[in-house]
Design a protein around this ligand. Sequence first.
Ligand code: HDD
Length: 674
Amino acid sequence: MSKKENQNKKNEQLDQFRVQDEGKALTTNQGLKMAEDEFSLKADERGPTLLEDFHMREKITHFDHERIPERVVHARGFAAHGDFELYESLAPYTKAKFLNDTSKKTPVFVRFSTVAGSRGSMELARDVRGFATKFYTEEGNYDLVGNNIPVFFIQDGIKFPDLIHAVKPEPHNEIPQAQSAHDTFWDFVANNQETAHMIMWHMSDRAIPRSFRMMEGFGVNTFRFVNDKGEAFFVKFHWKPVLGVHSTIWDEAVKINGADPDFHRRDLYEAIENGQYPEFELGLQIIKEEDEFNFDFDILDATKIWPEEDVPVKIVGKMTLNRNVDNYFAETEQVAFHPGHVVPGIDFTNDPLLQGRLFSYTDTQLIRLGGPNFHELPINRPLCPFHNNQRDGYGRQTINSSKVAYHKNSLAKNTPEPVSEAEGGYSHYQEKVEGRKVRARSESFKDHFSQAILFWNSMSEVEKEHIINAFSFELGKCKEVSVREQVLEMFSNVSHDLVSAIAGNLGLPVPDKKEINYTKSSPAVSQANTVKRPATRKVGIIAADGFPAELNNVIAELKGANIVPEVISDHQGMVKGVDGTEITADHTFMTAESVLFDAILIVSQEGNTSLFSKEAPEFVKEAYTHYKPIGALKEGASVLKDLDISGQDGVVVDNSEKFIEAVAEARFWNRDGK
Ligand code: HDD
């Protein structure tokens, strides 16, 4: 469904490279049709294979070389194509054409990822999520390479290898995979206290998103906009998901990893295939140059947010993801992002983390994609023409037919020729820089705790409880007591309540109160204040043969609210209602788990098998303990009675309108008198 109808210029370009092998004759890579593909060439039927067998050699050699190095970070990811539309011209701030012309759609390719795990790791790891967008603009590719958390662990790019060495599996035994819950990570945290603010986010629900479609994205670093008058502005980029920001809870995440390690990619893939296209609005925070020093933090420090209440986020456009890739390797694995891929009107600042990033990304593509021509891979090609004097290298595709490959020249009339700024040539913003060459951190970067406190102050009670649990889990997995103690010491600078609760869980003494009195909060960072919609939520309907006729209407109503109902029964195939109507069972209790659904609607109390009467209440109970909406239709209500949950928050009987409202609410934290 998503495929052909969502054509854009990038996909037209990719069409030139798409190959359909189905229905074709088998050939070698040289185009030679082969008469046999099952048997190697042998000296006699039972004899040795011959070196002469070019077909076997080619086939096996290619197979032997199929793998490329995975990304050193963000190895596990999933991507989709889409379009970006601009709501209003941003000409007063930037001359970037794709941000000036509201009549144009810009093709995009977005890759979401986890950070620490390797390419085959589970997706519901407690981790930061990458959110990288490539805009194929008429002026060249612009990459916004962000995360789902607005701040970062470190302030200077030179520390990135240290951070990653600490969080990756420990080198002596390569344990644990895709987890920060181990000694080296927390040792790094306690000994590099600039991590404090990021760790608060990392221990929050943000690190276990419900869906890639329900996360915010942030450019994190401070960039610069330049308009056509040469005026510059500091800018931070935001992506706001139209469905709001939602998370799983830890117990659920752990179980999802077992039930469906591909949970997030499946969710994105299916949403796009179903035509429920994920949408994200682009937001900008803009600070005038003259206001650079008007904040109680340094606006170039990537461990700081610009609180939205102080610097409002201006919503300027929308991105819609509407097409899945045709080939994971060719597109998702080979896409190469770089925060240094900019267009006129977008420039860098002296944010020292950004400066480090500007080196790293090309460098890593060289090893990962095997040479300097990765820009020629179909997914990485700009939509506009590109010409320069760079030549040769592994895998070169273009045939540059001129004999001139140098500048300046007379033989090609001095072309390819640099273009003036007025004609669209990129020209770096002429920032005045003065100072001494030093290896140092600015004094203005040394407050590591105020915004960590701000984050804590902004959390709801439930969010605070989750943060305490996350710290207690992570530190509880650390073997070294000294590491646990150092972390407690460190976070006593953030909240005495927080460390007291964690220390209680760890059975350790509570450190002295050290926190400064910082009362500011930012409601925008709490997920309690997010948008809530029923759309695209997945409802598991437990129904057996003989289900009541009303179910058909309920399913229609759920679909009307853009909810995705899936039927679970004691057998697959068709399930028959009392009135003779049939619905398809998408799952049995063997193929589905309660944690894979946003809500459960129980319709039948018993099915044909004893498994039904055992599993159906289990499904409901588990969803209930995860604070999810529970609906019951007709005899399903007796399951609620048996479980003693009737009348609890978010438990709805025979009322589909109320049930849909509950699905939108998603979690009911006040159950059981809490
Ligand atoms: Fe990075 C990949 C995001 C700091 C070095 N980074 C990578 C990806 C994302 C980010 C989303 C995956 C892109 C994809 O899907 O292919 N990185 C960030 C953010 C950062 C950040 C938001 C902080 C603001 N990164 C950062 C630093 C360095 C790197 C400080 C090194 C000095 N990042 C890399 C890399 C990667 C990468 C090694 C690995 C694969 C790749 O680039 O293409 O160059």
